[in-house]
Design a binder for this molecule. Structure first.
Ligand SMILES: Cc1cc2nc3c(=O)[nH]c(=O)nc-3n(C[C@H](O)[C@H](O)[C@H](O)COP(=O)(O)OP(=O)(O)OC[C@H]3O[C@@H](n4cnc5c(N)ncnc54)[C@H](O)[C@@H]3O)c2cc1C
Length: 442
C-alpha cells in the first residue's frame, strides 16, 4: 500500500509486526477501524528471534478458531524438562503429560519458527483489513500540543498521521523513548540470547527425545552451561530441526568478558547436549535482546495518543520457570487494540481515555502475572542460584549415586558437606529459602 501525508489519516498506527503488533492490528481491523501496521523488516518476522515455544494457543483460539490447523506450527509440547548442569553432570525435572490439555487441541504450547509464524499472523491482520507497510523504519512520533498524532517514517511519505499510535517495536523500544515514555535500560535488565537452528532428521528427533507423531519437547537449562555468566540455555524440538540457544545477562557478559557465541559452543559440546545434536547441520544463527527485569522495568504504558505493548513495554516473563514473551506480547497487543477501539468509538484520545489500557491489561492477567512474579527475575539471576546450588546438587548427586564400597552417607550430612565444599554459608541458605518463598510461593 502507499500512504501519503495528504491522503492518509489512520485511526490506529501500529509500529512493529511481531506478535504484539499483529494482535493489535487484528483486533482493531476487525472492529472496522482504518489500521496501518508498519514493519521495518522485508516481511513480518524476517529478523525476529525467539526460542521458541508459543504458550498462547488458548489466547489465539478465541480469535482464530482451530488456528493451528492453518498456522505454520512445528510440534505441540508434551514434555518439559528443567535441567541443572555442572560440567560433568545433569539433573532433570522431567515433566510429561498425556492429559487432554497437552495432547488435544488447542494444546498448551507449540514450538514455532518466528519468520514463518509472524508472517502468517500478520496475514491474519491483513485479511481482517489492516494495511501492512513493510521495509519501513519509524524514526519518531509526531506531537501536537503534547498529543501524539502520528509517526515519522524513513521514506517519501515522511509523516503518517493517526489518532492512536501503538508502539510494538520490541525491546529497547525506540518509539517509547522518543515519546519520553521509556528511559534507557540498564544492562542488568537485559539479556542477550544467541540461537542456532540445527537441521535433524524427524526420525532422529522422535527417537532422541522419546516423542511420537507431532509431540514436542522443551528443555531449559541452568548452571555450568553459562560459566560465571548469569543466564541459562534452551533446546526445543521442531519438526525436522532443533532450536537451541544460550541467554546471558548483558551486565554479566560484560563483567566476565565473555562472548555469547563461546557459551553456545560450550553448551553444544556439554556431555548432556552433544548426543542430542550429533549429526545435525547448522541452518541459521541469530541473536537478540530480551527484557528480563519484568515489573521493575515497565515504561509509562499510556500517554496522550499513544500506548506501548509487548517487549517494548517489558512484558517478557523470565522467572527461571518460564520464559514467556510471545503470549504476553499478544495479550498486551490485544489489550492495546481493545483500548484503541474504545478511544475511537468515543473520539477521545487523551491519556485519560487511554488509561483504560491498564484495566484491560489486568483483565488479561498481564499486570497481575508480572506483579505476582516481580521478585523472581532478580532472584533467578543471583550468583548462588546461578552457580552455587546447581554445582552443589550435581556434586551431591554424584556422591549419592556412586557405589564404590565406601560408607553410605545419609542425605542431610551429605548435602551439608557438599554445601560447605561449594562455599555456601548456612545463613545464605536461609536467606535464599526466604527469597524462593517470596519469589515463587506467595
Ligand atoms: C533467544 C530468545 C528466546 C526466546 N524464547 C522465547 C520462547 O520460547 N517463548 C516465548 O514466549 N518468548 C520467548 N522469547 C521472548 C519473545 O521473543 C519476545 O517476548 C516477543 O518476541 C515479543 O514480541 P513483540 O511483538 O513485543 O516484539 P518483537 O517480536 O521483537 O517484534 C518487534 C517488531 O517491531 C519491528 N520494529 C522494531 N523497530 C521498528 C521501527 N523503528 N520501525 C518499524 N518496525 C520496527 C521489528 O522488526 C519486529 O518485527 C525469546 C526471546 C529471545 C531473544
Amino acid at each position: 500500500m502507499t500512504a501519503s501525508k495528504d491522503s492518509e489519516n489512520f485511526d490506529v498506527i501500529i509500529v512493529g509486526a511481531g506478535p504484539a503488533g499483529s494482535a493489535a492490528a487484528l483486533v482493531t481491523a476487525r472492529a472496522g477501524l482504518k489500521v496501518l501496521l508498519i514493519e521495518r523488516g522485508e516481511y513480518p518476522g524476517a529478523k525476529n528471534v525467539s526460542g521458541a515455544v508459543f504458550y498462547g494457543s488458548a489466547i489465539l483460539e478465541k480469535l482464530i478458531p482451530n488456528w493451528w490447523e492453518d498456522a505454520p506450527v512445528e510440534r505441540h509440547v508434551t514434555r518439559r524438562d528443567l535441567v541443572l548442569l555442572s560440567p560433568t553432570t545433569s539433573i532433570s525435572l522431567d515433566f510429561r503429560s498425556s492429559s487432554a490439555g497437552y495432547v488435544e487441541p488447542p494444546y498448551n504450547g507449540f514450538t514455532i519458527l518466528r519468520p514463518k509464524f509472524d508472517r502468517w499472523f500478520a496475514e491474519q491482520a491483513e485479511a481482517a483489513g489492516a494495511f501492512l507497510l513493510c521495509s519501513t523504519v519509524v524514526d519518531d512520533v509526531i506531537r501536537e500540543d503534547g498529543q501524539v498524532v502520528g509517526v515519522k517514517v524513513r521514506r517519501d511519505e515522511g509523516e503518517i498521521r493517526g489518532d492512536v499510535v501503538i508502539a510494538c517495536d520490541g525491546v529497547n523500544s525506540w518509539l517509547a523513548r522518543k515519546a519520553g515514555m521509556q528511559r534507557d535500560l540498564h544492562t542488568h535488565e537485559l539479556s542477550l540470547g544467541v540461537k542456532e537452528v540445527i537441521g535433524l532428521d524427524e526420525a532422529a528427533i522422535r527417537e532422541r527425545f522419546q516423542l511420537s507423531g507431532d509431540e514436542g519437547m522443551a528443555l531449559e537449562y541452568v548452571g555450568a552451561v553459562t560459566g560465571n555468566v548469569h543466564g541459562g540455555a534452551f533446546l526445543y524440538t521442531n519438526k525436522n530441526s532443533l532450536s537451541l540457544g544460550v541467554l546471558g545477562q548483558l551486565s554479566s557478559l560484560v563483567e566476565q568478558k565473555t562472548r555469547p557465541y563461546d557459551l553456545l559452543e560450550g553448551f553444544k559440546s556439554h556431555p548432556a547436549i552433544a548426543p542430542l545434536v550429533r549429526g545435525g547441520t547448522l541452518r541459521e544463527y541469530s541473536a537478540h535482546l530480551i527484557p528480563e527485569a519484568g515489573w521493575y522495568m515497565f515504561p509509562q504504558l499510556f500517554s496522550d495518543g499513544m500506548l506501548v505493548a509487548g517487549d517494548a513495554a517489558g512484558f517478557c516473563l523470565a522467572t527461571g520457570l518460564y520464559i514467556e514473551g510471545i503470549n504476553y506480547a499478544m495479550q498486551s497487543g490485544l489489550a492495546a487494540g481493545q483500548t484503541a477501539v474504545e478511544a475511537c468509538k468515543r473520539r477521545e484520545y487523551s491519556r485519560y481515555t487511554l488509561s483504560l489500557y491498564m484495566d484491560v491489561l489486568r483483565e488479561r492477567h498481564v499486570l497481575t502475572d508480572f506483579r505476582a512474579y516481580r521478585h523472581a527475575p532478580k532472584f533467578v539471576n543471583g550468583e548462588r542460584l546461578q552457580n552455587v546450588y546447581p554445582e552443589m546438587a550435581a556434586r551431591a548427586s554424584e556422591s549419592l549415586f556412586r557405589v564404590d564400597g565406601s560408607r553410605k552417607q545419609k542425605l542431610l550430612p551429605l548435602y551439608w558437606r557438599t554445601l560447605r565444599q561449594v562455599g555456601a554459608k548456612p545463613h545464605h541458605v536461609v536467606q535464599d529459602l526466604f527469597q524462593v518463598a517470596r519469589a515463587y510461593l506467595w
